[in-house]
Write a protein that binds this ligand. Structure first.
Ligand code: FES
Length: 113
């Protein structure tokens, strides 16, 4: 079981925003949807854009480079059923955000339809 990795202060990811952080050897996009944190792989599968620096609207995170959109609760691309980001566990404890990385096999496009 992977460890919980501290990645940010809770104050860095306020409701309605997302941030990009490195956790272990992975880029992670952390999104705060109305006070609930979500974390997905942060490297856009299109051309490697930084998803965490995109725009969050509801549960939809839009890549800042070319506009691919992902549901941060499921990691699924909003249009393509075969493109899917890994979803990581995330929590906040005593003002710090922690993530626990999904297995490497849960990478983009391997999550099924
Ligand atoms: S790199 Fe994300 S949409 Fe192109």
């Amino acid at each position: 079981m992977p460890d919980w990795i501290p990645v940010a202060a809770a104050s860095e990811c306020l409701p309605g925003t997302s941030i990009e952080r490195v956790a272990g050897d992975r880029m992670v996009a952390i999104a705060n949807v109305d006070g609930t944190l979500h974390a997905i792989d942060g490297l856009c599968p299109h051309q490697g854009g930084p998803l965490g620096t995109g725009v969050l609207c509801g549960t939809t995170l839009t890549c800042p480079w070319h506009g691919w959109q992902f549901d941060v609760t499921t990691g699924r691309h909003r249009i393509s059923a075969i493109v899917r980001q890994a979803v990581h566990e995330v929590c906040e404890r005593e003002g710090t955000i922690f993530v626990r990385l999904a297995p490497a096999g849960a990478a983009a496009g391997e999550g099924g339809a």
